[in-house]
Design a protein. Structure first.
Length: 309
């Protein structure tokens, strides 16, 4: 089971796209590594934005796409008699590691691929379609794909594994949730994001109940991922009416009984725009806006306190 080696696994998840999910993952991972942790990032979003936070498009096309993306690992399960080793896909982005190694940390990455869209269909088909029928003999095998892979000894040296999930609750996301002890939910302070938090919580509860019903009563066979909290992003600190409206959405999230992080992350085009060519997230970038850098570092500190790593 996961946790046997003391590795903390967190899935970063939200149904709604454009909420800063990948930005939070990249900056948390980079700052944790800068503080001396060994961190692995896994990009399960077919858009591969997390991957492009650390590698250029040309580097991805020549160095990663041919054989070093998570697509190859899922495909080996779907289309061959044996699954590849997930550890063989781990890469070490050079530019960010030139910074974090000075502080005793390391940041590794398992890259994504657009083809993950098709993987979802293949995995679901193997379980009888989109309802993932529990009587299927492969139900636990498929759901535990990522959990079992990360439970191997080659991942024992990591302090933290962060999984950037696609903006849905399909089969690839479900494998991430089953592998995780915690769920982190980035969200904007708007109606759709806060509505999605309630829906996400309901789907998480359904998955846990369904999975544990199949796995059996033994505690070591069951899963119980904890919602670590909601992180509100892209906050605009301007105007009293605007702040009142934002505060109402944040309060509404708290009413769902899902924890809310005290630290928000303010709006910044340099942080939430598409990843650039530097391969270094804003929290470590040399010319980052001071206020945004403060938000990101404070978020890391609160994250460390909540996960106790």
């Amino acid at each position: 089971m996961l946790g046997a080696y003391g590795v903390t696994v967190v899935s970063v998840l939200n149904y709604k796209g454009g909420v800063g999910k990948t930005t939070v993952t990249a900056n948390l991972g980079a700052d944790l590594a800068y503080r001396g942790r060994r961190v692995l990032l896994i990009d399960l979003d077919p858009q591969a934005s997390l991957t492009f936070s650390f590698y250029t498009a040309d580097e991805w096309d020549t160095q990663l796409r041919p054989s070093k993306t998570v697509l190859h690992w899922y495909d080996s399960f779907n289309w061959s008699s044996s699954t590849k080793s997930l550890g063989d896909l781990v890469t070490t982005p050079p530019r960010v590691n030139a910074l974090v190694r000075q502080r005793g940390g390391q940041l590794d990455l398992i890259a994504s691929d657009l083809g993950l869209v098709d993987v979802e269909l293949d995995l679901a088909a193997g379980l009888g379609g989109s309802r993932y029928q529990t009587f299927n003999p492969d139900y636990l095998t498929v759901h535990r794909l990522l959990a079992d892979a990360l439970g191997e000894g080659e991942f024992a040296g990591y302090d933290m594994i962060l999984i950037d999930c696609p903006p849905n609750f399909n089969m690839v996301t479900r494998t991430a949730v089953v592998a995780s002890q915690h769920i982190l939910v980035p969200a904007k302070a708007d109606y759709l994001s806060t509505l999605g938090i309630t829906y996400l919580r309901r789907r998480l509860t359904q998955l846990v109940e369904q999975y544990n019903g199949v796995a059996g009563p033994a505690p070591e066979a069951c899963i119980n991922p904890e919602v670590l909290g909601v992180v509100f992003t892209m906050i605009q600190y301007a105007g009293s009416n605007l702040m009142t409206k934002i505060g109402n959405y944040i309060d509404r999230a708290g009413e769902t009984e899902v924890p809310v992080f005290r630290q928000n992350v303010r709006e910044s085009k340099s942080v939430f725009a598409d990843a650039g060519e530097l391969g270094i997230p804003a929290v470590l970038a040399p010319h980052a806006t001071q206020n945004v850098e403060h938000d990101l570092k404070q978020l890391t500190s609160e994250f460390i306190a909540r996960t106790r790593i």
